[in-house]
Write a protein that binds this ligand. Structure first.
Ligand code: BES
Ligand code: MN
Ligand code: ZN
Length: 522
């Protein structure tokens, strides 16, 4: 849990992390018993440990409220078969069932508990037990923790002591397991999910802070605290050092801001012999604390959402926290290039030619294509300094990917098929899904420049792919690398997967941690 602490001017609220418990006794006294139900099915709870009069009462409640069991819906029946409350959680059609439906159910359950001012519930998995029960229980727990996320540090309304206390009281979810063995497996899995969802919620919290408060400086302070709390190595390449190192992209993008740019680096080294952790994975995230577009200024409408242009970087912070707490078995380096893209007399301009860290030159055609410039230096530096086998980069890079994929899939571009396959797989498991776009050298001519090695933007044609092609110029040959364009999935959207809440989503934390956990077993 990240305790309330002052990070420069940024206060990260105390967490309200959910507490997970397991039991084999489903009928323990509880204020709320939550039970899943599939769409258009009668409560087929025969053979379950539920008392007959409860099953009858549930059937009556379904009829009374005309409850259909659609995913993301619930109905509460009071005084059912001796319990105070039974909450039926809709899972949608059995034929379309996936763990994602349980995340959704967990999320609506958590929010419902807050609404009725309860802090605990017991979940009984009627009709769900079986070999994959631990995975399903894990998904339920994840949804429960992510659904309870709130971001309210700037609400100044006075609260009573009781309200204040209720707001930070964690919710407890007790999950009934069919037997002792399963209980133990589920308990272990939930302990992991608790670490991972806390890290995702932490990334969301940092991402939600506005651009006037969360600047490159205060982000650096937050990262330092994360590193300290999790015993990660920590270093910062400041503006002066970046200049001296020849990081022309990072320095140009940050030049117009009163707060200078920086490259934040967190390093996790597993304990024990390096022979047992042969891989180094670099994880790079774009943290533009606010993107005005610079001299190529953006239109005013919705520009405020550009405070979410740091989501790649905040996701890297979350990943590093989780990696340390899970004690994963590979070396992981988190790199966060951070800058504010804004305008003043020192801001970089269209037509400028930049000398990048790896020696290549860039002809700036649009100062609003800034993300790739700060990432290019961070990626080239990561390759030169840490010699990773794998590099995963995440950024809210293009509006084009929002148009193409919306809030459901993130765009994946990868120079390595195996890495692409493994990331897509991790995405399907976590529900943070990826759709691959081609990185083909036929697109390279879109970046041709008469003045330098490449332009930073060749116009609207295949724009997300231009971003990927541009970044590929800054990865050392032989490094398996992937670019995740998370522009569409990071900030609030209307799609179904936004059971996650109307705030920053933390997309990428669960996905990349899943990938790294699987790598650990190889
Ligand atoms: N941060 C934006 C991309 C973005 C757009 C993220 C919408 C989330 C929602 C990025 O820096 C950007 O401005 N991209 C431009 C580049 C173009 C002007 C060359 C784009 O994609 O429109
Ligand atoms: Mn931009
Ligand atoms: Zn941007």
């Amino acid at each position: 849990m990240i305790k309330a602490k002052n990070f420069g001017s940024v206060t990260i609220q105390p967490g309200r992390e959910s507490i997970f418990k397991t039991t084999t006794d489903c009928l323990q006294a509880c204020a709320a018993l939550a039970i899943p139900i599939f769409e258009a099915e009668k409560p087929g709870y025969a053979g379950e440990a539920l008392p007959g009069d409860m099953i009858t009462a549930i059937g009556q409640a379904i009829a009374l409220y005309e409850f259909e069991g659609k995913p993301g819906t619930l109905v509460q029946a009071n005084g059912c078969g001796g319990t105070q409350r039974v909450i039926l959680l809709g899972l949608g059609k059995r034929s379309e069932f996936k763990p994602e439906q349980l995340r959704w159910a967990g999320s609506v359950l958590a929010r419902h508990l807050r609404k009725i001012k309860l802090t605990s519930a017991v979940f009984y998995p009627a009709g769900l037990k079986g070999a994959d029960w631990p995975i399903l229980a894990g998904a339920l727990g994840e949804g429960f923790a992510l659904g309870d996320f709130k971001f309210i540090p700037y609400k100044t309304e006075k609260k009573t002591h009781a309200e204040e206390k209720a707001a930070v009281t964690p919710l407890t979810l007790t999950i009934c397991c069919p037997d002792k063995f399963t209980t133990e497996t589920v308990r272990r899995l939930l302990a992991e999910k608790s670490i991972i969802t806390s890290a995702a919620n932490f990334a969301r919290t940092v991402a939600c802070h506005p651009g006037n408060i969360l600047t490159p400086d205060s982000l650096t302070a937050v990262a330092r605290t994360v590193a300290k709390a999790n015993r990660l190595l920590f270093s910062v390449i400041n503006y002066q050092t970046a200049k001296a190192l020849g990081m022309g992209g990072l320095c140009a993008v940050g030049a117009g801001s009163a707060t200078p740019p920086a490259l934040i680096i967190l390093e996790y080294v597993p304990r024990g012999s390096p022979v047992r952790h042969p891989k180094t994975v670099a994880v790079v995230g774009k943290a533009v604390t606010f993107d005005t577009g610079g001299i190529s200024i953006k239109p005013a409408a919705d520009m405020g959402n550009m405070k979410y242009d740091k989501c790649g970087g905040t996701v890297v912070l979350g990943i590093m926290q989780a990696v340390a707490q899970l004690k994963l078995s590979h070396r992981v380096i988190g790199l966060i290039p951070t800058a504010e893209n804004t305008l003043d007399s020192r801001a970089y301009r269209p037509g400028d030619i930049l000398h990048m860290y790896n020696g290549k030159t860039v002809d700036v055609t649009n100062t609003d294509a800034e993300g790739r410039l700060i990432l290019a230096d961070a990626m080239a530096y990561a390759c030169a300094k840490y010699k990773p086998q794998t590099l995963i980069e995440m950024s809210t890079l293009t509006g084009g990917v929002v148009v193409a994929l919306g809030g459901v899939f993130a765009g994946l571009m990868a120079g390595n098929d195996q890495l692409a396959t493994e990331l897509i797989h991790a995405g399907e498991i976590t529900g943070e899904r990826l759709w691959r776009l081609p990185l083909d050298k036929a697109y390279r001519k879109l970046l041709d420049s008469p003045h330098a090695d490449m332009v930073n933007s060749g116009g609207r044609e295949a724009h997300p792919i231009q971003g990927g092609m541009f970044l590929s110029e800054f990865v050392t040959a032989g490094v398996a690398w992937a670019h995740l364009d998370i522009a569409g999935v990071s900030d609030p959207k209307k799609d179904d997967r936004w059971w996650i809440g109307d705030n920053a989503s933390g997309f990428g934390v669960r996905l990349v941690v899943e990938y790294l956990q699987r790598l650990g077993s190889k």
